[in-house]
Design a binder for this molecule. Structure first.
Ligand code: SF4
Length: 675
């Protein structure tokens, strides 16, 4: 990195918080598919087959490449598997597949040294390459700490020299859950510890004159992951480095949860302009991951041009400059707001708004989509775990009684005409609100607003009192940054008005119309886009509520997406969280089947985090902050964990779920599922 670039970016982690600009990194050669620089953001994944199963691994690799993977990673737990990578590579090349291969290494430097002579890239985890993890807390003096680094340098040098000789690239892949005891003792279980863990190895590589590096900072908690990557870039910039970034959320799980969690972490960083390659980790077949990664990444191929065109069309839109003093992107701090109507803002969980203005408001069962399960026999509603807080009805009036605790939003003109305004609140335009005077309510007034409105004369005329809540909209192509700018400006103005963040998705003019790649449907697009756009604000503590507007997507999907985003950002917990690994050649049971089995009996345990890990080598570390763990420890053997402590070792897998439930019950954390 040249001195001018270092000076320009000093103290920052991206080019701009408010305008799309890709952070340009050093180009690294990985076989014939270079990464970083101005290359496209690359897609990759990892096989789940046994590495000794040559044909199975070759065929799965081919399916992954055909699905869009540009690199394929294969586990090499020992020298035997590392050596077999040569046969796998040969078979692939014979079939015309030149995809660069990456060897995944944990704990075994000797396997890495074999693999580095065969494949195009090796991944090492600095937490367990030459370091150790026994969950020991050791106080190191500076001298002892340096002594440990010297020891690691000796063990790491042969691999670096082989990589230099063979033109092999290397990923320094830090995982939140597998930081070494040494790092944990000095930095704790923190993003800073993750960054330092990687930086130590990067500095050793540079000392040896080796620069073909890629770096990752993965965690199953998207908030930790986002902070770690940002801190990594800031630290690298300060040291004049700009290595490409491999983005990923580990153990994201499957289905909707896995997609939303991945998008919150990966999407947030892509919005910042960071990321040179993406791996989405799902507990599904590996070929299911590439289409999700592609959908996340391709939003940015035209982003800069779209933003500039939009600005040119709307003359007068300005780019807000970066103000790091008003905002720390490296730690979570919820924006301070007042509590309006004892319901939204302040310390309340973020509220969810669902648009039912176009629904059939003659049938009470329409409320099922909002999480209020209507019983026609009893003529009453039961609240589900995920029941929305507001329904927006626009100008439509329901012909049935709504649930007694549900707030309704009406357009101002319609709200004025309601004979009974209990639980009914007006949604104003900015102009309506300013001229409404005595017609405003003392309870809750919601006002539609955009970032551009903050610079208007009208904004100065807004009557401010604790009944006011903004509904923040955007039509900017780089909408997250537009909305983030709004929050940064409010902070500057010291305005503590609660804000509901609204995003609208009209897919027909937003890229995908119905189906794309034959594998990604509108539901998935909505999950990925909304999780990116709203998640990126929530991980920074911005937003007192969310409103997803997507007329082409069924309302029940919108509700579960909204609650999924709040869960993934840990801002509102409404269900059990599963931290399940994507599986690999080390896996000791069928992850997908086991995850579904565990989910079927525990999905009502709201707030509990259950780790489901395929192997005992990496599993316990990788499941990081899970409350309980179900970890493969041998053929048909499972070890159960409470936090990081193994409480039942090597039990028969046939009884393992019952035993796990027994432990949860014994801890007083079990509740019986509702009928
Ligand atoms: S935890 Fe899962 S993905 Fe990680 S090494 Fe073990 S089996 Fe493979």
């Amino acid at each position: 990195m040249n001195a001018d670039a270092v000076k320009m970016l000093q103290g920052r982690y991206c080019n701009s918080l408010t305008d799309y600009s890709r952070f340009v990194t050093r180009e690294v050669a990985i076989g014939d598919v270079p990464m970083g620089g101005n290359n496209p953001i690359r897609i990759q994944s990892m096989t789940t087959t046994d590495t000794m199963d040559t044909i199975g691994t070759v065929e799965q690799t081919i399916r992954m490449v055909d699905a869009g993977c540009e690199y394929v990673r294969i586990t090499a737990p020992s020298i035997k598997e590392a050596s077999n990578l040569a046969e796998i590579k040969k078979q692939l090349r014979m079939r015309g597949y030149n995809v660069p291969l990456v060897a995944d290494i944990h704990f075994t430097p000797n396997a890495a040294e074999v693999a580095a002579r065969i494949v195009e890239k090796v991944r090492v985890n600095p937490g367990n390459y030459a370091d150790k993890k026994k969950f020991d807390t050791i106080e190191y003096t500076d001298l002892e700490y340096q002594g440990e680094l010297d020891r690691i340098f000796q063990k790491f040098t042969p691999l670096v020299n082989i990589c230099k000789e063979y033109g092999t690239a290397m990923r320094i892949g830090t995982n939140h859950g597998s930081l070494s005891d040494r790092i944990m003792s000095r930095y704790g279980d923190t993003p800073q510890g993750m960054v330092e863990s990687a930086m130590e190895f990067i500095r050793m590589c540079e000392a040896l004159g080796y620069y073909s590096l890629v770096v990752s900072m993965k965690s199953s908690n998207p908030q930790v992951m986002v902070q770690a990557y940002r801190l990594l870039v800031q630290t690298m910039v300060a040291e004049g480095m700009n290595y490409p970034l491999h983005l990923g959320v580990t153990e994201a799980g499957d289905g909707e949860d896995g997609r939303i969690k991945s998008a919150v972490g990966i999407g947030t960083l892509l919005e910042d302009g960071l990321g040179d390659t993406v791996r989405v980790s799902l507990t599904e077949e590996p070929e299911a991951e590439a289409p999700v990664a592609i959908a996340l990444v391709k939003r940015y191929s035209e982003r800069k041009a779209q933003s500039e065109k939009h600005r040119a069309e709307k003359k007068g839109l300005s780019v807000f400059s970066f103000q790091p003093s008003a905002h720390s992107p490296y730690e979570y701090k919820k924006r301070e707001t007042y509590e309006a109507n004892a319901f939204i803002g302040g310390h309340m969980v973020p509220r969810v708004v669902l648009d039912l203005s176009q629904a059939n408001l003659k049938d009470a069962s329409v409320m099922n989509d909002a999480g209020y399960l209507y019983s026609p026999i009893l003529d009453k509603y039961n609240m589900a775990e995920q029941s929305v807080d507001f329904v927006y009805l626009g100008d439509s009036l329901p012909s049935f009684n709504l649930p007694g605790n549900l707030k309704q939003l009406y357009n101002y003109a319609t709200w004025q005409k309601l004979t009974n305004q209990t639980l009914c609140h007006p949604l104003f335009t900015l102009g309506e609100y300013i001229s409404a005077d005595a017609n405003r309510t003392s309870a809750l007034n919601l006002v539609r607003i955009t970032n551009a409105d903050l610079d208007s004369e009208a904004f100065g005329l807004i009557p401010l009192d604790n009944s006011l809540v903004f509904v923040l909209e955007t039509d900017e192509p780089h909408g997250m940054a537009d909305q983030r700018t709004f929050f940064l400006k409010l902070q500057e103005m010291e305005l503590d008005v609660p804000v509901i963040v609204k995003r609208s998705y009209a897919f027909s003019d937003h890229g995908p119309s119905t189906m794309d790649h034959g594998q990604i449907d509108l539901t998935t697009y909505l999950q990925l886009y909304a999780a990116t756009d709203l998640g990126a604000l929530l991980v920074d503590g911005f937003g007192d509520g969310i409103w997803i507007d997507a007329p082409q997507v069924p309302a029940n999907i919108i509700t579960s997406t909204a609650f999924g985003i709040l869960q993934a950002t840990r801002s509102r917990i409404s269900k059990t969280e599963y931290i399940s690994c994507p599986s690999c050649g080390r896996t000791l049971f069928d992850l997908m089947v086991t995850t579904q089995m565990i989910r079927s009996r525990t999905s009502h345990l709201k707030g509990l985090k259950i780790g489901i890990m395929g192997c005992i080598v990496n599993g316990p570390g990788e499941m990081a902050d899970a409350d309980y763990g179900y970890v493969g420890s041998g053929t048909d053997k499972v070890t159960l964990y409470r936090g990081q402590e193994a409480v039942k070792k090597n039990i028969n897998s046939a009884n393992a779920l019952d035993e796990l439930i027994g432990i949860i019950k014994g801890d007083g954390n079990w509740i019986e599922p509702a009928e």
